[in-house]
Ligand binder design. Structure first.
Ligand code: DON
Length: 625
């Protein structure tokens, strides 16, 4: 657990500057410590014995970082903060319809221990008031009471990420004095809102309220809800994300009882309070907050707890309805293949064709989170590009999530493509699991239309280029004659024949490593048939390789050997069966001693090739910047 206490005494300016959250919490704790309103609950006598000056604030992030100030390791009983978690567990175990039969989701506007029940639906109004929590406690699975209590403790231990126990003194105190809850449970038995032995149900309810926790435990529990039901410390999934949404909805409307409206207005985070003086609040996707300070107000909410949450919410604008999403930023940029080409090295003729026809390929880069608003923007842009493109590539490399609405919209868009003259391709959608559910949704697309998927935008662009070139005289797969190869442009027939005399035809199968990074460079190669990939080691990633370019027929590789004779700077791997010509640097030098024009021509063609690549790279940078 990464826990950072506020930097007191020894803190110096640099350290404080580097600890903005601790710094803020330390100030907040100091200021709210002046707040003296409220009094500890004592209708459960054991609770009245607590030290009223205890005060702790803990914030946990969805990746398990904890910020804590004050009494955050002092145990206290969880009380009503247990209710949303028990409700979540009932949903998890029994599903929504069954749970909704037993308890509603309507705020009562009444106190937590109100005996008002929904006689129309014959159930308690919501699971945050005692009656609803009692109905939920009855749903805890287990054949024996012991098993049920064990399951309940397991739930809270999984949520805290450590084994929790029950404060027997508080349990006994509530059992001895919990007459109002006893009245409630018998009223519920009277109308068959519960079926099991009311004393057993109440026993479990009182035990769940008496579970010992600390403010740090509750901050982690709240962060588990912020993290779609997965405990940030243990990475253990406790609730499915869709049930977390239900829990947060009920916490938002009912969690603070007859203060829920003002809380939603002022603080705007789903929350839950407990009479032991604790409050949890949840910022979905970001943090879980817990404040512990025993003095409570007339509505049963911690006075300092409310102050702290109000201040945190206003200071950092955590109100749920502060607009944080800017759907327009989903489109990073778009460009066309006449200005930006794939990393596939192309012959001069091919480059000319692509400069002329490349506008038929549009590449659209998406970024951020895909949800309804952003996906609608993305697909509208895709549609605009498709209107004047033969191929549209959507690059998802910078998209970190796609929710249900996004998946549904994208599948609908793909389904609508078969009739159109535009071919759609998706890139960087599947390789690292980010968008697995979108990949599954596309695969399950029952109408069978499959959108082409590529490992990255470069591979997609190369494929589109090949389609454009395939329709021209220059899309041919082979270039066997020396005269056809750019490197030898300008050589006369005799010189071509001499070059052919020192050429070594070589054949490689798919996957063969033709040359390896770091090897001595004695040969350079001219590709006659097939394509190869240029791969370099990714720094600090062990043996992981990155494909930086690919080369097709008529082009050369390994020519550095000719220029500086240095070690090989990359691996060259055959993408398929490859035929290429190896030319020994030594032999070529010997040949050129007799026929200097050969080397002069080769070197000037190489220089032209490199300068053309440099020019194009600058052009691309100017477009992509
Ligand atoms: O049932 C009761 O009254 C207590 N065990 C729990 C009530 C509670 O925490 C209300 N919250 N503010």
């Amino acid at each position: 657990m990464n826990k950072t206490e506020p930097i007191g005494g020894k803190a110096n300016a640099e350290l404080r500057a580097l600890a903005p959250v601790e710094d803020f919490l330390a100030d907040l704790h100091a200021r709210v410590s002046q707040e003296t309103g409220g009094a500890p609950a004592d209708y459960i006598p054991e609770l009245g014995k607590v030290d009223p000056s205890l005060f702790g604030i803990a914030i946990a992030t969805v990746d398990g970082q904890i910020y804590a100030v004050g009494d955050t390791d002092i145990p206290f009983t969880i009380q009503s903060v247990s209710k949303p978690f028990m409700y979540g567990w009932a949903l998890q175990r029994h599903g929504r319809p069954k749970v909704l039969e037993r308890v509603g989701v309507e705020p009562t506007g009444e106190a937590f221990n109100s005996i008002v029940l929904d006689e129309v639906a014959n159930r308690p109004f919501n699971p945050m008031v005692n009656a609803g929590a009692i109905a939920v406690a009855e749903m805890m699975p287990g054949d024996t009471q012991e098993q049920r209590v064990g399951n309940m403790l397991d739930l809270f231990s999984n949520l805290a990420g450590r084994k929790l126990d029950i404060d027997e003194a508080v349990f006994k105190s509530e059992m001895a004095t919990g007459h109002r809850n006893r009245a409630i449970v018998y009223m519920m038995l009277n109308t068959a809102m519960i079926e099991r032995d009311p004393n057993e149900v109440l026993d479990l309810y009182f035990r769940q309220c008496s579970v010992n926790v600390t403010a740090c435990d509750l901050a982690i529990m709240a962060a588990t809800l912020a993290n779609d039901g997965t405990n940030p410390l243990t990475n253990k999934s406790v609730f499915d994300a869709h049930y977390v949404r239900d829990m947060l909805s009920v916490m938002n409307s009912c969690g603070m009882y007859d203060y829920a409206g003002e809380w939603a207005y002022e603080v705007g985070m789903p929350a839950k309070s407990g009479v032991s003086g604790c409050i949890i609040a949840v910022m979905p996707g970001q943090i879980g907050i817990c404040v512990y300070a025993p003095p409570i107000d007339t509505q049963g909410n911690s006075v300092r707890g409310i102050r702290v949450c109000q201040e945190i919410s206003s200071e950092f604008e955590l109100h749920a309805f502060n607009n944080r999403t800017n759907v327009r930023s989903v489109i990073r940029r778009d460009y066309r293949a006449d200005v930006v080409r794939s990393n596939r090295l192309r012959t001069l003729e091919e480059r000319k064709i692509l400069a002329k026809e490349g506008h038929k390929v549009a590449i659209l880069e998406a970024q951020g989170a895909l949800f309804f608003g952003s996906t609608e923007q993305l697909l509208r842009k895709m549609g605009q590009l498709a209107a004047d493109s033969r191929y549209v590539v959507v690059d998802f490399k910078r998209v970190h999530q796609a929710d249900t609405s996004a998946r549904k919209l994208i599948v609908r868009a793909v389904r609508s493509m078969p009739g159109s003259a535009t071919e759609l391709a998706f890139a960087s959608i599947g390789e690292d699991g980010r968008l697995d559910r979108l990949v599954c949704a596309l695969a399950e697309n029952e109408d069978g239309h499959r959108v082409r998927q590529f490992r990255d935008a470069d591979a997609a662009l190369e494929w589109c280029e090949d389609q454009i070139l395939a329709g021209t005289a220059f899309g041919q797969a082979t270039k066997f004659a020396v005269s056809e190869i750019n490197l030898f442009n300008g050589l006369n027939a005799e010189e071509c024949r001499l070059v052919e005399s020192v050429i070594r035809p070589l054949v490689f199968e798919e996957g063969d490593v033709i040359m390896r990074e770091g090897d001595d460079a004695k040969l350079f190669f001219v590709l006659a048939r097939g394509t190869v990939s240029v791969q370099i080691k990714v720094h600090g990633k062990g043996n992981r390789k990155k494909r930086v370019a690919s080369i097709g027929p008529g082009l050369t590789f390994g020519e550095m050997a000719l220029l500086d004779g240095g070690k090989r700077s990359a691996d060259i791997v055959a993408n398929e069966r490859v035929i290429c010509y190896g030319l020994g640097v030594e032999e070529l030098h010997e040949l050129s001693a007799e026929h200097p024009n050969i080397m002069i021509t080769i070197l000037s063609n190489l220089t032209r090739e490199f300068s053309e690549r440099l020019r194009h790279a600058n052009e691309e940078i100017s477009v992509l910047e």
